[in-house]
Design a protein around this ligand. Structure first.
Ligand code: CP
Length: 305
């Protein structure tokens, strides 16, 4: 696979995904990391908060023998605060490192950065657009937990209009056979039309639901998401939307015994702590897979370059 910029999930075909997951499996099997990225520098440029994405990318780079320079609050502490354009920031950073991982509050920002960058750009989440590396680790988690992806039935639950992780995951699932997706969301945050149009074109079965109990017994994965307060224009609308879907012991009693619960995290109150000890709660294993997938991605982007 020739991997350079990582901007959106659609850019990966099934063969690429097989190669990425094989590389991740190989990394997991090794007892210690090889310093294949010695003398390479990762730049993390985050205009929005992050725990998992930034720190797992940074850990991944260090484990591969490379170094990291970072501005974790770029909106306030980079020269963006003085009015510098994203393009100028990227042009300057091109001289300081070998790859840029960027999170931005505007959809399309990573693409915009890639258009002026001579080093690879990795999209770590662009507003309500996409979060491709999250969807890659999500798919890897499904494969590891359930043994395969073809034939999967999944309920994507919560804030589907603002959730970039579910958008990216839907694009990837569209590449597999016999997938069934249930979009479970209240009307004001239901899945956007562009994703539904894509799934129709790919002939992927999907249904929109408002009742989680109705589908919980029929799926192998519940992919729960947070209602994203920061994306709502009014606090009243946020307050009326949050808390509608909560994974608790009652939902777990309906979920099949071999199903799993996933969540990109962070969670607020949409998965009760009482669920954490259930072996089907896969969300922390999922977060840990982020390190392996990001090691595999950095290796594919930077090795032999
Ligand atoms: N899942 C995810 O993107 O988490 P962070 O916001 O903590 O990076």
């Amino acid at each position: 696979m020739k991997l350079y910029h990582i901007i959106e999930s659609q850019q990966f075909n099934k063969k690429d995904l097989d190669e990425l997951f094989a590389k991740a499996d190989d990394i997991e099997k090794r007892s210690h990391s090889e310093s294949t990225l010695k003398n390479k520098i990762l730049i993390t440029l985050f205009y929005e908060p992050s725990t998992r994405t930034r720190l797992s990318f940074e850990s991944a780079m260090i484990k591969l023998g490379g170094s990291v320079i970072s501005t974790e609050n770029a909106a306030n502490f980079s020269s963006a605060a003085k009015g510098e354009t994203l393009e100028d920031t990227i042009r300057v950073l091109n001289g300081y490192g070998d790859v840029i991982v960027i999170r931005h509050f505007e959809s399309g920002a990573a693409k915009q950065a890639s258009l002026v960058s001579k080093i690879p750009i990795i999209n770590a989440g662009d507003g309500t657009g996409q979060h491709p590396t999250q969807s890659l680790l999500d798919l890897y988690t499904i494969k590891k937990e359930l043994g395969g992806i073809d034939g999967l039935s999944i309920a994507m639950v919560g804030d589907l209009a603002n959730g970039r992780t579910v958008r990216s995951l839907a694009y990837l699932l569209g590449k597999y056979r016999d997938i069934k997706i249930y979009f479970v969301a209240p009307k004001n945050v239901k899945m956007k039309e562009d994703i539904k149009e894509y799934l129709k074109k790919q002939r992927v079965f999907f249904e929109e639901k408002e009742n989680l109990e109705e589908v919980a017994s029929q799926v192998q994965v519940i992919y729960q998401t947070r209602i994203q307060r920061e994306r709502f224009l009014s606090i009243e609308e946020y307050e009326n939307t949050k808390g509608i879907y909560v994974i608790n012991k009652e939902i777990m009693s309906i979920l099949p015994k071999d199903a799993i619960v996933m969540h990109p995290l962070p969670r607020v109150d949409e998965i009760k702590y009482e669920v954490d000890s259930d072996p089907r709660a896969a969300y922390f294993r999922q977060a840990h897979n982020g390190l392996t997938i990001r090691m595999a991605l950095l290796s594919l982007v930077l090795e032999n370059r």
